[in-house]
Design a binder for this molecule. Structure first.
Ligand SMILES: Cc1cc2nc3c(=O)[nH]c(=O)nc-3n(C[C@H](O)[C@H](O)[C@H](O)COP(=O)(O)OP(=O)(O)OC[C@H]3O[C@@H](n4cnc5c(N)ncnc54)[C@H](O)[C@@H]3O)c2cc1C
Length: 463
């Protein structure tokens, strides 16, 4: 190593990919050695803030471990390595800087929510103290924060449609940053570090459920394969708008959410692939609708920037007092799928057994918890945070606030009629106990045979 060789530490968090990764790109252009680092931060494995549920449940932890291993093997193929540590990023970065005099900079993607921002401040403090430069990037949304057509995020519209129309007409999606052919080598003499087991991080391997609507594993290569399947191999994207409210099977919706949440796939990559699909195959309402939904994801991130910690506040974004109940018996019945309302119970059991629930299911169980049971909406949000394989702090808390009628758009205060919803979206009772013993529905994908989510009901005990 030349005495002047510089090392840049890439602190990776929810950006576990090589493609469209500005952090890696910046490091490649600014140093002779690149040190991609992932830290298993012990704070991610503590309890949620109000109801003290485990913050990272088994489904998401397994997905994360897959994603980390996948990134490590991709980096090895590019002549590099993912360095893994267990510890707080600020402590790990301090230790690395102390032991590696060549470290010239630390680079990371900025996040939105307060806990992630606190880590960023702590890393910046360490670097300032040790006289190492920090460079930050923005990379989690489709539209770059700096390209929004509002002078600053305090002026973000409180109505989604206004946001969508403004960005669609006045902003543009940036081009993709391609994956590097080779990644610059690690500085010599560095322990790569073992990827911990689930048990070390406080969870056990969940049982695989063959009925899961999300039977996929984590990592960039799986994410890219899923997109290829959904777009190019099956053309499922061309009917997405008609199927997206489905409940059973793998292909009724894209299932991109878990990979997006960990950054295994970039929303810009999806966007450019949609455009390529539209120019080579077909462009219709369905192909556009994938982008329409990605814009909801963007919107919730920017809402998170605008409102900060009010995203987590019991009074929500409207600062509205509601006499929420905290009845643990009702809560347990909801969590365990024992409310006696078939549509709710089936969805809650699916979540507990697979870590996934359809969007339609989520809207219904959230409406039921807040509007029918009258429970504190954060009980629902924290249960989702624990179990969802695709948990994304802004999308989860933002959607829960909408369901509770405390979001930024007061017109969105809707209560779902469970009976009507079950009839509209589950007309064959695939999701309800009445389906027990019946032949499977005609639209159940072949690989699931006759087993719909009605199975999750088989031991239903009602309230
Ligand atoms: C109470 C509640 C909690 C939710 N929690 C989360 C969460 O923690 N993480 C999460 O990614 N989504 C969350 N959603 C949104 C949505 O349910 C999921 O994104 C979607 O079901 C994931 O499946 P998919 O990838 O097949 O979605 P698709 O229908 O294929 O949509 C494509 C992509 O658009 C985005 N998207 C779609 N709908 C929404 C939405 N309402 N809000 C934000 N983004 C959206 C997602 O990134 C999704 O992957 C929540 C919705 C509700 C009602």
């Amino acid at each position: 190593m030349s005495t002047h060789a510089r090392t840049v530490i890439c602190l990776l968090r929810n950006d576990l990919r090589l493609h469209d990764n500005e952090v890696l790109h910046w490091a490649q252009s600014n140093a002779e050695h690149v040190l991609p680092l992932y830290c298993f931060d012990p704070r991610h494995y503590l309890g949620t803030s109000v109801y003290n549920l485990p913050k990272t449940g088994p489904f998401r932890l397994r997905f994360l471990l897959d994603s980390v291993r996948d990134l490590r093997s991709s980096l090895i193929n590019k002549g590099s390595m993912l360095v893994v540590r267990q510890g707080k990023p600020e402590d790990v970065v301090a230790e690395l800087i102390k032991n590696l005099p060549s470290v010239s900079a630390v680079v990371f993607h900025e996040e939105v929510a307060s806990e992630e921002r606190a880590v960023e401040r702590a890393v910046k403090d360490v670097c300032a103290h040790m006289k190492v430069k920090v460079h930050t990037c923005w990379g989690s949304t489709l539209y770059h924060r700096d390209d929004l057509p509002f002078p600053h995020l305090a002026r973000l519209p409180d109505v989604y449609t206004q946001f969508r129309k403004a960005v669609e007409t006045q902003s543009r999606v940036r081009p993709l940053i391609l994956s590097p052919d080779q990644v610059r080598p690690l500085p010599p003499g560095l322990e790569e570090g073992a990827v911990p087991t689930m048990e070390v991080l406080g969870q056990t391997e969940p049982e695989a459920d063959p009925r899961s609507a999300f039977p996929c594993s984590g990592g960039e290569s799986q994410a890219l394969a899923r997109l290829k399947h959904y777009f190019w191999d099956t053309d499922a994207i061309a009917t997405y708008k008609d199927t997206r409210n489905g409940l059973i099977g793998v292909d009724y919706s894209t299932k991109f959410a878990p990979w997006l949440a960990m950054g295994c796939i970039s929303p810009r990559y999806i966007y450019h692939q949609v455009h390529q699909y539209e120019s080579e195959r077909t462009a219709n309402q369905s192909t556009y609708w994938v982008i329409f939904e990605l814009l909801w994801r963007d919107y919730f991130k920017f809402v998170g920037v605008k409102y900060g910690n009010r995203l987590f506040h019991i009074k929500g974004l409207q600062d509205k007092s509601v006499p929420w109940k905290k009845d643990m018996a009702l809560y347990n019945a909801w969590k365990e799928g024992r409310t006696g309302v078939p549509f709710v119970d089936a969805n809650m059991r699916e979540l507990a057994m697979t870590g996934f629930m359809s969007n339609r299911g989520r809207q219904n169980v959230a409406s039921f918890l807040t509007k029918d049971l009258g429970l504190d909406w954060r009980m629902g949000a924290e249960w989702f945070e624990y179990l969802l394989v695709d948990h994304d702090v802004c999308s989860n808390y933002g959607n829960w606030l909408y369901s509770a009628g405390l979001g930024n758009d007061p017109r969105e205060n809707r209560k779902f009629n469970m009976v009507k919803q079950a009839l509209d979206y589950d007309g064959n009772s695939d999701a309800g106990p009445s389906a027990r013993g019946k032949k499977g529905p005609s639209h159940t994908p072949k690989q699931y045979g006759n087993r719909g989510i009605d199975f999750y009901f088989s031991k239903s005990k009602h309230l």
